[in-house]
Ligand binder design. Sequence first.
Ligand code: BES
Ligand code: MN
Ligand code: ZN
Length: 514
Amino acid sequence: MEFSTKALLADKAQGAAAIVAVHEGRALSTAAIGLDRACAGAISALTERGDFEGKAGSVRVIYPGGDSRVERVVLVGLGKSGPCSRKTYRDAVSAALRALLETGTRRAASFLTEIDVEGADLRWKARHTALCAIEAGYRFDELKSTRPPAAALTHLDIMVSRSADVAAAQRGVQEGEAIGAGSSLARTLGNLPGNICTPTYLAMQARKLGRECDLAVTVLDRAQMEKLGMHSLLSVSRGSAQAPRFIIMKHQGASAKTRPVVLVGKGITFDTGGISIKPAAEMDEMKFDMCGAASVFGAMRAAAGMKLPINLVGVVPSCENMPDGNASRPGDIVTTMSGQTVEILNTDAEGRLILCDALTYIERYKPEVVIDIATLTGACIIALGHIASGLFSNDEALAAELLAAGEASADRAWRLPLWDEYMEQLKSNFADCANIGGRAAGSVTAAMFLSRFTRKQRWAHLDIAGTAWKSGAQKGATGRPVPLLTQFLIAQADQMAGKPANKQVSRQADKRTR
Ligand code: BES
Ligand code: MN
Ligand code: ZN
């Protein structure tokens, strides 16, 4: 999808398609009133007949014909008059784009940026218009032998009413494109099956991304990991025929002495559970167990695409968790790279076993902050469902920044505790700690385990078990939390440049999270 930004009033609109909003009570937005003139009264004719009420989420494509200068008008409902929520705005854009993707329209113009959105400025509206368009147009059909023809829509004009606004809109569009490219990459890596998307494949994709986005990429093999003492990570890989890989991607947008943000993504390319094997039902979904890694790839791509003036290191420990004669047994004890020993009471709690060594490895970068992202616990789905990612942090300010980034990007997280009392549950009679802490508070004890390896860091952990993919008829990777991570990185860059972060957005976020 290509985007352009233009200053034009809706009454001057012409072309294949224009998108405008209607509020409840058949109240046309300013642009809808203007467009009504350009399309020979087709909009008011429809609303006056009672055929479009403006309910939030509703959408209608009309073909004005006659003297109209636009071929198609897409009406989206925004609900009650007055400012709408960020979610309503995004839902409206998505609904309009989905409707247009089913038509033969090649080019469309969105006038929705005129709408007042709570806690959002024009840059945000333009960013999310582009992002929602990319998300709506995303397809994963490369493994089907016959594919439906590509959608006709290839161009979206994002309209603003004043030429003074073009620059802000353009900036937002560029951000939306970069985040969209990152999110699409994360979705595709997630959707690829375990027999294709292996640790070696991920390493190849990292090298490819490095060439495309000018990242410095390093890949460590088993022997190098052995030398570093990553015995915990390697223990997970023991049962697999697939070679493990440890991937490092670097984006240098600031001076070499600026401390980097480090992202660490769980890259289990398939999780059978190992000897503590999982039940058969829905086990196919464990191909998504590398979605944390995929989100690191996506965030790297987005950050590089925006040329963010920060230093960013993406680290992906990757292997496959399989049962086999060489696989770890329950009760095995391994020595982590940090020197701490771990009793593996359940081989299905493997994510933390690979992350702990990665979290020790990244100390060498003297990070400003470290964020790990992992499909870590089924318990997180029980706690938060598929709406919010679980957030854990040993730093109050970092937690607040991530929650605000989630709010602003419509990719929300919710904080859970990391209190010392929970560490009890990880006690082992034979090693420094166990890798599981019983049924109670499973997501918290998993995070507590990780916290043992991040004591020196400003660190946060995102458990994305419930948010990284959808099950059922809509089965597929969501690309989350690429929007949250990228928003966080944009805010870091804004902060470093001494520019105030978008005050309206953060104020709104503060109010919601309290
Ligand atoms: N990858 C899973 C977590 C998971 C399960 C995510 C289902 C999404 C859906 C992880 O490796 C795992 O198996 N965790 C165990 C931990 C338990 C053994 C302490 C779990 O959640 O059951
Ligand atoms: Mn597991
Ligand atoms: Zn797993």
